[in-house]
Design a protein around this ligand. Structure first.
Ligand code: GLA
Length: 802
């Protein structure tokens, strides 16, 4: 709800309120962003008092000697008027001055969605709530417009800004941020998600007691170094308790989230396009838009914060046919074949895939030009007829005939020097003429600032996507920016390149998704180098990391889960040993972790054992049954110890939940373990059970000789024969329990293996071992009947033993 009353601006969501007021100097003073509060006549209780300015601070002006901008909690600060903190906006005016003072002119409450001309934005299919405030520079005909959008049901408020030059002379915008909040104290931790290639989304928390903390990217993308999703939280905030704020940007380029403690020990938070390297000229009538910033507040910990963000992303960011629709289980050719593909080998792989329940086959890199390694052909998007004699049409038809959908990989934004495109259009490449260039994966970036390049990509990709029955596209981007320079733009506009590139990219993506509304697009940038809300406005899912190791993935996927719903996180089961870490993890753990996301496989099924293929068949069956809950339910992380991870995802109607426990390393001294559920209805009964597993006797190594009548040598023919025919039953967990008990006490699981004694009452739980558990609501009557059945089974088992 938006209300403006007596110079007080109120934005309310279900559980939060965001309040600011217009001061007598024409500035917007921030008052409150926290739990929902009702206002009464004593509203001046909410604002800071300004009777005098301290020591050597500057007063605002002669008429307001008691007011210092340095003290004021502002909705948007500018430079040069005595506020020395990080500014919201910085402009260079025709006389070279850098002082701005934007004061209130007007406001409107509208029922309109964000309508950016250059950038994507959120949307509300119900009734959009929009507050637009126009500010005017005091001495120049320049307007600064602030937009606020309220998403009541998910406790999200978004903000953006635009600056318009109405003067005949040019101005130069050195920064235009998207959101700014001045808190009235500094007692926060800031959590950021940092990393590198194959090592995305490591969670870090720091406390800032003085100075500045900057989370930012300058490499051209939102980056794996510093994701734009960040949190501010109160001391002792955890998954289920405490106050915390989540912030994100609907933007895929260089960004900055800056937290600064002021001299009065208040925290300022600013986020938006990274001002580093940014400089944008506005001629008469020109407008610069800042990306939309997303904000949420949770008074009950990080899980709630994540639910708000997840609901927001699923309902107000992701759009099109695939919004809130389950995704096919796919098989990707990359780790199975790398560049070495042929129609024959791909079909062989796809056929195996079909047998184990795969629904879509994806042909990754290597299908075009002379692409036999990463040194050539990006830009030449014509099929290699030696590898695929029937072209895309031929292979897609053959894949379809197997009963599978067909998808392919492209990397449209790039060009290899070894390509026809580079030779034909060197002016389309982002390079600084006359300088030696830095290199990255043997490729250069196309200058998407240039409309001719955008047009080429749109038409060329249209040709590729229409050249066969293409149901899915993986859109990759494998190069960080260097030698940033647009041959299309003039020398004074080079500070615009990084931002204009992103605008150009959005133009291309927007046109292609509207031309191909049925295609499922997946974003990718060497894994998660561009995992952000800007991409998600066009593509409903993103490849989270090139690292498919199950252990690493627990950390990577958990990192993403703070800000992004599982329906956006693409996760694959790969082979062992893992190609990135050379680690062996159980095939069930690889699946269990990947199943908390958009599931795919990326391994050579043709070389896999019968046992593994059977396991995969059971996995895909299980996932299909549960994917609706996994992708669209409420995801919970549990506070555990350093050796254990517990997640669960519970359907919105609380009738179903699936949970995972994952252990890093075995500790035979700690064999008892509990699983605690989350988000279930306390008064409802649930059937709790595990996925049944078969155990390979080889797991026990030499210990087989404690049971076998004859001596079995490790890896001997005999050992392999026994392993082939003797499969042990894994443990069974089978209980009827109410939701309150499941969530508070949890289930005491079967003991984990601890050196002595193994039976089907013991959980074989190795290094990187994991289990998934299902909980399904059951009526009182069915519960009673089921309990009787469980009892009978137990009695039967005891009798058999006797
Ligand atoms: C990037 C992607 C991989 C794969 C390769 C192909 O590294 O992240 O998944 O598609 O490119 O070259």
């Amino acid at each position: 709800m938006i209300r403006v009353n007596n110079n007080l601006f109120e934005l309310h969501t279900l559980n939060t309120s965001y309040l600011f007021r217009l001061t007598k100097t024409g500035h917007l003073e921030h008052l409150h962003y926290n739990k929902r509060i009702a206002l009464d006549d004593n509203d001046d209780a909410l604002w800071e008092k300004h009777a005098f300015v301290g020591g050597n601070q500057c007063s605002y002006n002669k008429d307001n000697l008691n007011i210092s901008m340095d003290e004021m909690r502002l909705e948007c600060s500018s430079t040069g008027k005595g506020d020395y903190r990080e500014p919201f906006v910085e402009v260079v005016y025709p006389n070279g001055s850098r002082t701005s003072d934007f004061v209130f002119e007007s406001y409107e409450i509208l029922e309109t969605n964000p309508a950016f001309k250059t950038l994507p934005g959120s949307y509300n299919e119900a009734k959009p709530e929009h507050l637009k405030i126009v500010l005017k520079e005091k001495y120049y005909d320049v307007k600064l417009i602030l937009h606020y959008f309220v998403y009541e049901e998910c406790d999200v408020i978004t903000r953006s800004s635009e600056i318009i030059n109405n003067m005949d002379e040019e101005i130069r915008v050195e920064r235009l941020m998207s959101a700014m909040i001045d808190y009235d104290d500094k007692e926060f931790g800031i959590t950021t998600f940092n990393g590198s290639w194959a090592n995305e989304m490591n969670r870090h928390e720091v406390n800032i007691s003085a100075g500045k903390f900057v989370n930012s990217s300058v490499n051209g993308t939102s980056s794996n170094r510093a994701n734009p999703f960040v949190m501010l939280s109160r001391k002792r905030c955890n998954q289920g308790h405490g106050g915390c704020y989540g912030f994100n940007l609907i933007y895929s380029g260089n960004h900055a989230e800056i937290a600064e403690v002021s001299i009065r020990e208040k925290l300022r938070f600013v986020s938006g396009i990274n001002p580093q390297g940014f400089s944008y000229i506005l001629s008469k009538g020109d407008c610069l838009e800042a990306p939309e910033a997303v904000m949420t507040y949770s008074s009950s910990g990080y899980n709630r914060l994540s639910h708000n963000m997840h609901d927001f992303v699923r309902n107000h960011i992701v759009r099109g046919k695939w919004k809130n629709k389950v995704r096919p289980v796919l098989l990707n050719s990359w780790e199975a074949s790398y560049f070495n593909i042929s129609e024959h080998s791909l079909l062989k792989l796809a056929k195996e895939g079909k047998n184990v329940g795969i629904e879509m086959f994806v042909m990754d890199d290597g299908w075009f030009g002379e692409r036999n390694d990463d040194s050539s052909s990006l830009g030449d998007w014509d099929v290699n007829l030696k590898k695929l004699p029937g072209g895309i049409k031929g292979i897609s038809e053959k894949i379809n005939n197997l009963g599978l959908d067909f998808g392919l990989w492209v990397e449209p934004e790039m060009v290899n020097q070894k390509s026809n495109l580079y030779n034909e259009h060197p002016e389309w490449v982002m390079e600084i003429p006359g300088r030696d260039q830095s290199e990255g994966r043997n490729q250069r970036i196309l200058d998407l600032c240039n409309p001719a390049v955008q047009e080429f990509l749109i038409e060329k990709m249209t040709e590729v996507f229409s050249s066969g029955n293409v149901s899915y596209v993986k859109w990759d981007m494998n190069r960080n920016f260097s030698d940033v320079y647009s041959k299309y733009l003039g020398k004074d506009n080079q500070g615009e390149v990084a931002h204009r590139y992103i605008i150009g990219l959005y133009n291309v993506m927007s046109e292609l998704v509207s031309r191909f509304p049925d295609i499922l697009f997946e974003g990718c940038a060497s894994g998660g180098n561009r995992f952000d809300l800007g991409i998600l406005c066009y593509f409903p899912q993103i490849w989270a990391s090139d690292n498919t190791d199950a252990l690493c993935r627990t950390k990577i996927q958990e990192g993403y889960s703070y800000g992004y719903p599982l329906s956006t996180i693409s996760a694959h089961v790969s082979s062992h040993k893992n190609h990135q870490t050379l680690r062996d993890t159980p095939i069930e753990s690889r699946f269990n972790v990947a199943s908390f996301g958009v599931l795919g496989y990326e391994c050579n099924l043709c070389d896999m054992s019968k046992e593994d293929l059977e396991a995969i068949k059971a996995q895909t069956e299980h996932y299909k049954k549960w994917r609706e809950t996994i992708l669209f339910g409420d995801f919970y992380r549990r506070e555990e110890n350093d050796n254990k991870i517990t997640w669960s995802v519970t359907s919105k109607d609380k009738t179903k939940s699936m949970g995972i426990i994952f252990q890093k390393l075995v500790n035979p001294g700690q064999t008892s373990e509990k699983f605690k559920a989350s988000g279930l209805a306390g008064d409802k009964l649930y059937h709790f059970y595990n996925r049944k597993m078969k155990i390979n006797v080889k797991e026990f190594g030499e210990l087989i000789n404690t049971m076998a009548p004859i001596h079995v040598r490790q890896d001997s023919l005999l050992h392999n024969i026994i392993a082939k025919f003797v499969k042990l039953d894994g443990e069974t967990e089978d209980y009827i329990v109410n939701g309150a008990t499941l969530c508070s006490n949890g289930i005491h699981l079967k003991q984990g293996f601890g050196a002595t004694g193994f039976s089907d009452e013991v959980r074989l739980y190795q290094d990187f071992g994991s289990r998934i558990y299902m909980m399904e609501e059951i009526s009182e009557d069915d519960a009673k009947a089921y309990k009787d059945k469980i009892r009978e089974k137990k009695e039967e088992k005891i009798e058999n033993r006797e």
